[in-house]
Design a protein around this ligand. Structure first.
Ligand code: HEM
Length: 408
């Protein structure tokens, strides 16, 4: 099968449950140039790692279409913050400035302070499943957790949390690498109303925090973040809050779901985690390697960039298949085995270089607590469907449901 046929089969929903054999065949081909898509597909570990730091590549995927959300029809009255690009898809110097201001209040200490809240939330969710002999790991456990955690950090009132769950679910399509905004010219895709509603809500939340200064929440901290007389503008702040919510939700949901799935398919590892909660950080790293929530990321070549035998012409796209790179046997021996005890776990699950995930400490903490408490509290869990059904997303790949039975 040629490289472009393999990419075609990757886009086929039938491959969602297990795209790894296709990744392996792509990796054997080395970097692949797909002329009709003006896109290079990169799947080797060293190549992906190097390219994530390559200054000749741009993260400004939206530049292809002009400005952020250009070509997408937005109704009159849309808040101006909607068109403020996320720093996830900006280059230096804008990226450097925005990331620095946004990361100041998002410290490891602020995240560690969340630990007791996360333990309580995880236990509350598991308490609710205790009297039943079956539950859906996704709907009842993985899905409600990350959005509740980030809402608590931002100081969103409890009653409004369901709004965020709905918006976040709608917006994953926006983040999915295979739905380029530029291809939607003139249309209003399904996620736009959610994005606008969310911006309106966050605009009001920011205005409220500005009026009541001195709060302990993340928005108040972002408002106070200042460096050398520089601070986030109102639109930059709103856009950053929306980014934190969207980038942190579905990804963490999929980390928990992929972790439960891997543990249930490997009962020895589940028993190992139950017996030794100290192994949880390694379990989380191995899930990020073995079945990563973010399967790929994209960059644009600012000029011609050689990768092995392929010269990627300036202006074209590069898809870095992180999930394929993780199973490169040169980086991780015996890569198809789920083994938290391997000597070294090499992965790019949170990216690498200047765009390395800002929320990694939070995601790791949530993953660690959720998987440990699951292992300790859910007795004799078994998968009802294996493989479970998967959502259609290629990039933010994850099951749409994960029913299990257990001893109540
Ligand atoms: C960036 C993965 C959770 C916020 C990234 C990138 C990856 C990633 C791969 C780099 C993208 C690129 O280079 O193009 C994940 C995974 C998560 C997770 C797998 C969960 C398991 C979170 C959380 C938050 C968050 C909880 C915040 C609350 C961000 C932000 C960026 C980012 C703001 C952009 C960083 C930059 O461009 O400088 N994430 N993420 N992520 N993530 Fe995460």
């Amino acid at each position: 099968m040629s490289g472009s046929q393999l990419v075609g089969s990757l886009l086929d929903p039938a491959s969602r449950a297990d795209p790894y054999p296709i990744y392996a065949r792509l990796r054997q081909l080395g970097p692949v140039w797909i002329e009709e898509m003006s896109t290079a597909i990169v799947s080797g570990f060293d190549d992906c790692e190097r390219l994530l730091r390559e200054p000749r590549l741009s993260a400004e995927r939206w530049r292809r279409t002009g400005s952020f959300l250009d070509g997408v029809a937005l109704p009159p009255g849309t808040p101006s913050s909607v068109r403020q690009p996320w720093f996830l898809s900006q280059d230096p110097p804008d990226h450097t400035r925005l990331r620095r201001l946004a990361s100041r209040p998002f410290t490891a200490r602020a995240v560690a302070r969340m630990e007791p809240t996360i333990v309580d939330l995880v236990d509350e969710l598991l308490d609710r499943t205790a009297g039943r002999d079956s539950f859906d790991v996704l709907a009842d456990f993985a899905h409600p957790l990350p959005v509740t955690v980030i809402c608590r950090m931002l100081g969103v009132p409890l009653a409004d949390e369901p709004l965020f769950r709905r918006w976040s679910a709608q917006l994953t399509q926006f983040l999915d690498g295979f739905t380029p905004v530029g291809d939607l010219a003139g249309e209003t895709p399904g996620w736009v109303p959610g994005l606008i509603e969310m911006h309106r809500y966050v605009n009001d939340l920011v205005a409220d925090r500005r009026a009541h200064a001195g709060g302990e929440d993340l928005i108040s901290a972002l408002l106070a973040a200042e460096e050398g007389g520089d601070a986030l503008t109102h639109d930059e702040l709103v856009s950053t809050v929306v980014l934190l919510l969207v980038a942190g939700h579905e990804t963490t949901v999929n980390l928990i779901a992929a972790g439960v799935l891997a543990l249930l398919r490997n009962p020895d590892q589940l028993a190992g985690l139950r017996a030794d909660p100290g192994s949880a950080p390694a379990v989380v790293e191995e899930v990020l390697r073995y079945d990563p929530p973010v399967q790929l990321t994209a960059r644009i070549a600012k000029q011609d960039v050689p990768i092995g035998d392929v010269v990627v012409p300036g202006g074209s796209m590069l898809i870095l298949l992180l999930a394929a790179a993780h199973r490169d046997p040169d980086a991780n021996p015996d890569p198809d085995r789920f083994d938290p005890h391997r000597t070294e776990i090499r992965h790019l699950g949170f990216g690498f270089g200047p765009h390395f995930c800002l929320g990694a400490p939070l995601a790791r903490l949530e993953g660690r607590i959720a998987l440990t408490r699951f292992a300790q509290r859910v007795r004799e869990p078994k998968l009802v469907l294996d493989p479970p059904p998967y959502r259609e997303h290629v990039n933010l790949r994850g099951p749409s449901e994960l029913p299990i039975v257990h001893r109540s």
